[in-house]
Design a protein around this ligand. Structure first.
Ligand code: NAD
Length: 260
């Protein structure tokens, strides 16, 4: 499975290669930038179809002078994920960090949900995590180092009206993380979940105004989270010395659980 890198092997642990799926999204972009600031070589992975956003992203990260690059891949496609990882490991270097932040919503109450809305979401939010982890994990365990962080959601823990599909997938993400964490715990690879609360990103901007106001009123800190709040947790869990934290879920939600 592992290819010997032919072009570059990181010479310091800081230069480890980090793959961030959903890397051009609201939270993903911030994660890419924060990881690059800690010296990581970052590969932002996202859909090739997002032409305009890809261009804007390239401009946004231009000042990182090549420390962040874009690679297209649909994480719901198992074979494509394999090709992506092989390409990265052959041409850039071994994947040391994987952050699964690609995600979609297909909200509607269960009464109205059709199988397509269920399956489309599962293919990205849950299969995507499997597809990427499956292709990086063997190399990581062989090299005795890996940091995997999967993005779940507060709604995977509390459930949310109109989100049976999303809540099921996000709860599944943490179950997956715990199981994989057990499989890799003695091999230098940690697997953790970060569960963002409601963040000020396009995903939450799409929520109707009155519901947004109610959500904010229920957050003890009194504001929506920011992508930077989430990226901080990811940087923490992917640090070289974060080796004793695995199988954990880190909720980053402004104290939201205290409201219950
Ligand atoms: P976003 O919509 O801004 O970004 C998600 C990214 O995933 C997009 O760039 C999109 O193009 C990409 N993507 C979608 N399908 C893909 C596929 N098949 N292959 C590759 N990439 C794909 O959303 P965000 O707010 O940045 O959310 C990031 C993660 O955090 C998601 O997993 C989301 O479920 C989770 N989350 C977000 C919030 C929030 O408030 N924004 C709260 C809890 C959890």
């Amino acid at each position: 499975m592992r290819e010997t890198p032919t072009v570059m092997t990181p010479s310091t642990s800081a230069a480890r290669i980090a793959i961030v799926t959903g890397g051009i999204g609201g939270i993903g972009t911030e994660i890419c930038m924060r990881l690059a600031e800690t010296g990581r070589q970052v590969i932002a992975v996202d859909l090739a179809t997002r032409g305009e956003r890809i261009e804007a992203f390239r401009e946004q990260v231009a000042s990182y002078h090549g420390a962040i690059r874009f690679e297209p891949c649909d994480v719901s496609d198992f074979k494509a994920c394999g090709g992506l990882v092989e390409h990265i490991e052959r041409n850039i270097g071994p994947a040391a960090i994987l952050v699964n932040a690609a995600g979609i919503t297909r909200d509607t109450s269960l009464r109205k949900m059709d199988p397509q809305q269920w399956h489309e979401l599962m293919r990205v939010n849950l299969d995507g995590v499997f597809n990427m982890c499956r292709h990086v994990v063997e190399g990581m365990t062989t090299r005795s180092f890996g940091r995997i962080v999967n993005l779940s959601s507060v709604n995977g823990q509390t459930g949310q009206f109109g989100q049976t599909n999303y809540s099921a997938a996000k709860a599944g993400v943490h179950g997956f993380s715990m199981a994989l964490a057990r499989e890799t715990a003695r091999k230098g690879v940690t697997v953790n979940t970060v569960s963002p609360g409601y963040c000020d990103t396009p995903m939450v901007a799409a929520v109707p105004h009155e519901i947004r106001q109610q959500i904010i009123a229920d957050i003890p800190v009194g504001r929506l989270g920011t992508p930077a709040d989430i990226a901080r947790a990811v940087v923490f869990l992917t640090a070289d010395d974060a080796s004793y934290i695995t199988g954990a879920n880190l909720p980053v939600n402004g104290g939201y659980f205290m409201s219950f």
